[in-house]
Every structure is written in structure tokens, then in C-alpha cells.
Design a protein around this ligand. Structure first.
Ligand code: OKP
Ligand code: ZN
Length: 345
């Protein structure tokens, strides 16, 4: 399987996030992508750097105002105080119901709140370059599929599926899966499916395509009544307008076993097949692993091979986009099991 990897991901390296009221080291760390890259390379998969520029497609997925902010956010932060180089900006106020989000504040932290869904998406000096490289990988994957590749694996971080058209959230800044899907539509595909198997509901992906019928979004995830991102991902969210029937959520209770998870995967695959997609984008979160430090599903290493094999049976050109997975040491082999399961399936 062709692997797309850029070392620019390493520049996204914030030190801390908030967890249970404390500042803790970031779960979403550079070693994650290094482990995945090493494991895939070690199993003989060819690796190349993303060759295409995502600039045009990015603007079809995300709002200009948000992209402009994101690209210059770190330099805006430094301009406030040169000592900010060693500090992380966090939002402190969000424009919830009754507050205005149409006026961009002059205050940097207020702008950060406007463009964030949570306090869990810390920025660092290289965040934009890392996120942009992820989008470049997504567009490059679409290009490789267009040229006849059966599958491509984007080793992207930061992840993307919580990022919406105009906001960051849940460690995510640019929605790489949405960028891949949008790029495929511009390359002769008329129907694309996104299958999100990350533990957390991909609220950003859902919201970007919610009123569209060309991109089917199917997600298996922890029930948002108890699991992040809490405010989206319920079973009754089916799409709206022209997109009605083109969003399928399969929430599962915290602690769900592998057997039950694979039952949900069958339902997800059945709906995906019925869409007859010209290409499939898999938001590949590996935080369904039993050893994940922030999630509660019970998949084991061999289950990731089974997942890859099942996805192969859909018979579509497939782009895998790395999302979550925080058991860093096992992340590489779990990701490589999906790739190998797909190729052998
Ligand atoms: C991203 B992905 C709060 C800690 C929890 C939310 C989890 C984001 C998961 N600061 N953060 O879907 O794996
Ligand atoms: Zn996740």
C-alpha cells in the first residue's frame, strides 16, 4: 500500500492539554506518526512525501476567514509578547447561543474562542505547516487513486475529523478526510463515502457534508451522551435537505466489545455499499484499541487486520486517513495491521 508521510507533522508539538482539571502532556504527540510511519515502512510499504498542494481544495472545505486565522495564528500569538514562544494559547470564551459569531474580535484569545469548539486543541509553532501537510497528503492520496492505486495510507497528524468548516476542536485543525473526499469529487468521482471508525464521533466531517448527497458519511463511535464530542453523533442525525439519508451514526456504549463493534461495522459497510461509492475515505482512528488511554472500546491487535480485510471487500479505491489512537507504542502495529489486512483481504 502506498504510504504518504511528511516529517512536517513534527512541528505540531504543543506541550500540554487539559485533562480532568489538570495540565497534562498532550496525548496527541509527534511519536504517534513516527511509530505509524516506522511500522508501515518496516512491513515493506513504500513511503513518499505528499506531492500535491491542497490550497484550492482546502478552500472548498473550510471557510476563508478560518484558514486565514489558522495560518497566522502562531505569529499573532508571538506578536502579543515574544515570551509567548514558550506558552500555549488557550481559548477562554466561546460564542455559544445568544452571542455573536459574525464579528471577528480584535482580541487574539477571543478570536481563538470564535474558531474553536473546545479547549482541547492546543497550537504550537508548526501547527499550520503540519496541518497543511496533512491536507496535502489527503489531496495527493486522491490523485494516486485517480491514477489507479487501489489504496493509499495518509500518516497524518494532527488528526482532522473534529474540525468543521470554520472551527478547530479535539486536536484537529483541518479536516483531512473531508479534503480527500472533496478532492476525489473533483477527479471524476460522483459518489464518495467516508467511513469513520475512530472512537470519537467525527462531528466536523458530519457537519461539512450534512446537507449533501454526494458524500455519504458513516460513523461508528462512543455514544455522545457519555463520550466526547458530546454534542453531536446521535443515531437520529440522518442528514438534512438534499443530504437527508446520507449521514449514518452508529453510536455504541462505552466499554463495547469487539464482537459488538464488528456487528456495527457490518451495518456501516452495508450502508456504504448501497451508496455505490466511486471511492472510499476511511477516517482511521485506532483509539478503539483496548489499550487506548482515553477510550473504552475493546479491540485487540488482530481485530485491526480483520477491519482492513472487511474494508477491502467493499471493492473500492480506498484512502486511509489517520485520525486518533493514543496507545502510541502499539499504534504503529495496529495501523500496519489494517494496511496488511486490507492488502491480504
Ligand atoms: C480526538 B480524536 C480534553 C481531553 C479530551 C478530546 C478527545 C479528542 C479525540 N482536553 N479531548 O477523535 O481521536
Ligand atoms: Zn478519537
Amino acid at each position: 500500500m502506498q504510504i504518504l508521510f511528511s516529517p512536517l507533522h513534527q512541528g505540531h508539538a504543543p506541550a500540554h492539554e487539559f485533562f480532568r482539571g489538570e495540565r497534562v502532556p498532550c496525548f496527541e504527540s509527534p511519536v504517534r506518526a513516527e511509530f505509524v510511519h516506522e511500522a508501515l515502512r518496516g512491513r515493506g510499504h513504500p513511503v513518499q512525501a505528499p506531492g500535491e498542494d491542497s490550497a484550492v481544495v482546502l478552500r472548498r472545505v473550510h471557510d476563508e476567514r478560518y484558514l486565514t486565522f489558522l495560518e497566522s495564528a502562531w505569529s499573532q500569538w508571538l506578536a502579543l509578547d515574544s515570551a509567548n514562544a514558550d506558552r500555549q494559547p488557550f481559548p477562554s470564551v466561546w460564542p455559544v447561543r445568544t452571542l455573536r459569531s459574525d464579528v471577528e474580535p480584535a482580541n487574539f484569545i477571543a478570536r481563538l474562542g470564535l474558531y474553536s469548539m473546545d479547549n482541547g486543541s492546543p497550537l504550537s509553532a508548526g501547527t499550520w505547516a503540519a496541518a497543511k501537510a496533512g491536507a496535502d497528503a489527503a489531496v495527493s492520496a486522491a490523485g494516486l487513486l485517480e491514477q489507479g492505486a487501489r489504496s493509499v495510507f495518509c500518516v497524518t497528524r494532527p488528526p482532522g475529523h473534529h474540525a468543521g468548516a470554520d472551527f478547530m476542536g479535539g486536536y484537529c485543525f483541518i479536516n483531512n478526510a473531508a479534503v480527500a473526499a472533496q478532492s476525489l469529487l473533483g477527479r471524476g468521482c460522483t459518489r464518495v463515502a467516508i467511513l469513520d471508525v475512530d472512537y470519537h464521533h467525527g462531528n466536523g466531517t458530519q457537519s461539512i457534508f450534512y446537507e449533501r448527497a454526494d458524500v455519504l458519511v458513516v460513523s461508528i463511535h462512543g455514544d455522545p451522551r457519555t463520550e466526547y464530542p458530546f454534542y453531536l453523533g446521535h443515531a437520529d442525525e440522518a442528514g438534512a435537505g438534499a443530504g437527508r439519508g446520507f449521514n449514518l451514526n452508529l453510536p455504541l456504549p462505552a466499554g463495547t466489545s469487539a464482537d459488538t463493534w464488528f456487528d456495527a461495522l457490518e451495518a456501516a459497510c452495508a450502508r456504504t455499499a448501497r451508496h455505490r461509492p466511486d471511492a472510499l475515505v476511511v477516517s482511521l482512528g485506532l483509539d478503539t484499541f483496548a489499550g487506548d488511554p482515553i477510550s473504552t472500546f475493546k479491540l485487540q491487535a488482530a481485530d485491526f487486520s480483520r477491519l482492513g480485510g472487511r474494508l477491502k471487500q467493499l471493492g473500492c479505491p480506498t484512502a486511509f486517513v489517520l485520525e486518533g489512537g493514543y496507545a502510541a507504542v502499539e499504534l504503529g502495529s495496529n495501523a500496519a495491521n489494517v494496511a496488511d489486512g486490507f492488502e491480504q483481504g
